[in-house]
Write a protein that binds this ligand. Structure first.
Ligand code: AMP
Ligand code: MG
Length: 323
């Protein structure tokens, strides 16, 4: 079977085509704000202007008629953005006379990660702009064992970068700067039970920068603190659940320092560490296509009249009836 997936929950607009074995095509046309952060209305306007040309480009390489189903990211995400891609997916499904499958975005990150790395029953650390969650399967659902109490780690990195005059997305720039950092400055380390919080440490790091500390040292201190928090909670989930695999997914999964910290923790515990290739770790249409395919094969289909968007869609809401 061949599935087409559309992703566009926030800044990324991406379409992908997969079969059971591999990704056949993946095209992206992300919204990049001229200044400041992501504005939901501007992002949705971008998506509505670009989705048709992006699909046309895709159909230059993939035969429309070979597609068996249309999957779309139903949530969580920014309402205006979700509505644009849901509309495009409904139109395509009606036009091609193919079934529609609404996919939970977080579930898609985890499933594409398992598919492409071979991780079987991992603790997944999902770290992106808007989300930061520690997820693992328990019975017929994925459960969130720990998550951010305020903003996602990606958003935190972007905010700090913006404060230091760097353009969006700030995460990769902070990573580069941090490599040249030499001195660690203490920042609030906020882990409460299995949850964590980043907004207080963003403010504290901004203050450090305002007091004259170099960008390199601020970036270094921020990464060391925030990533240690994420690693601690991931390790605790491994121990509680008696699991031995860690899967890192989301846009921030590209960060080498975070990967290294998790790798070291896994080595210490005799656990295996997995991270998918960058283009499949961040938001992308192929993960939606793949998860839609998996769900369809296990009896899922979303009638058009039930394909409304779910901005607060939780991964726990989906019954997982596959291995
Ligand atoms: P996503 O929402 O999953 O598409 O991920 C986007 C987020 O990932 C943005 O906040 C980026 O700043 C962040 N990001 C991308 N690359 C890196 C990196 N190398 N290090 C840290 N954050 C990153
Ligand atoms: Mg995401």
């Amino acid at each position: 079977m061949i599935a087409l997936g559309i992703e566009g929950t926030a800044w990324s607009l991406s379409v992908g085509v997969v079969d059971e074995k591999d990704v056949i095509a993946l095209l992206n046309d992300p919204y990049i704000p001229k200044e400041g952060g992501i504005h939901p209305r501007e992002a949705s306007q971008h998506h509505s202007e670009k989705i048709a040309p992006l699909l046309s480009r895709l159909f230059e390489t993939v035969d429309k008629n070979s597609i068996d189903l249309i999957a779309f990211s139903q949530g969580p995400g920014m309402g205006p953005c979700l509505r644009v891609i849901a509309t495009a997916a409904r139109l395509l499904a009606l036009k091609l006379k193919r079934p529609l499958v609404g996919v939970n975005h977080c579930l898609a990150h985890v499933e594409v990660g398992r598919w492409k790395t071979g991780a079987k029953k991992p603790v997944a650390l999902y770290v992106s702009g808007g989300n930061s969650q520690v997820i693992a399967r328990r019975g017929e659902r994925y459960r969130v064992f720990g998550e951010t109490l305020d903003i996602g780690i990606g958003n935190a990195l972007d905010k700090l970068a913006r404060h230091m005059g760097l353009k969006h997305p700030g995460g990769p720039k902070i990573e580069k700067l941090a490599e040249r950092g030499e001195k660690y400055y203490s920042l609030p380390y906020v882990v409460k039970g299995m949850d964590f919080s980043f907004s207080g440490m963003v403010t504290a790091a901004q203050k450090l920068y305002d007091s004259g500390i170099s960008m390199e040292n601020v970036a270094f201190s921020f990464q060391e603190t925030a990533f240690a928090m994420l690693t601690e909670v991931t390790e605790r989930a491994l121990a509680y659940l008696d699991l031995d695999e860690v899967l890192l997914v989301g846009g921030v999964a590209a960060n080498r320092r975070l990967q290294d910290m998790l790798k070291i923790m896994c080595q210490d515990r005799g656990a295996k560490f997995f991270v998918p290739p960058k283009e499949l770790a961040g938001d992308n249409g192929a993960m939606i296509a793949y998860t839609g395919l998996l769900m369809y094969k296990h009896g899922y289909e979303t009638p058009v009249e039930e394909s409304y968007v779910k901005p607060d869609f939780r991964i726990e809401d989906v019954i997982v009836n596959w291995d």
